[in-house]
Design a protein. Structure first.
Length: 122
């Protein structure tokens, strides 16, 4: 069975005081083992009715991501093309990924990083 066939729906639950909200586990989780300063791509699974619309990205080190071009570890970038820092200290990062075909990831960490991307549809 292809990954695109297993993308689970993401059910958003109303806020309730004193109740922990956990998101469901995903059946479509992709991972990359990054070497320092080497970009890798994650292909967003599905198309049409089975297309992923949300992604939860986690890593065990700081990473940079780009949803439109190859990710780079940014220096001085003033033209709006810098990759976005996803800090390991902030935990998981959620994005709307409808219309995105690939997500590029990179790390500056000397020991590399493990990145996971959990995909959901609605």
């Amino acid at each position: 069975m292809a990954v695109a066939d297993n993308i689970r729906s993401l059910a958003l639950l109303p806020y309730e005081v004193d109740k922990i909200r956990n998101f469901p586990g995903s059946d479509a989780v992709l991972a990359r083992a990054l070497a320092a300063s080497t970009a890798e791509s994650i292909t967003v699974p599905g198309s049409g009715a089975t297309a992923a619309r949300f992604v939860c990205i986690s890593a065990n080190a700081d990473i940079y991501v780009s949803f439109s071009t190859t990710a780079t570890v940014p220096g001085d970038t003033t033209d709006g093309t810098a990759s976005v820092l996803l800090s390991v200290y902030k935990g998981e990062h959620w994005f709307y990924c409808s219309g995105v075909t690939t997500i590029s990831v990179i790390t500056a960490a000397a020991g590399g990083a493990i990145v996971t991307a959990s995909f959901y549809r609605d």
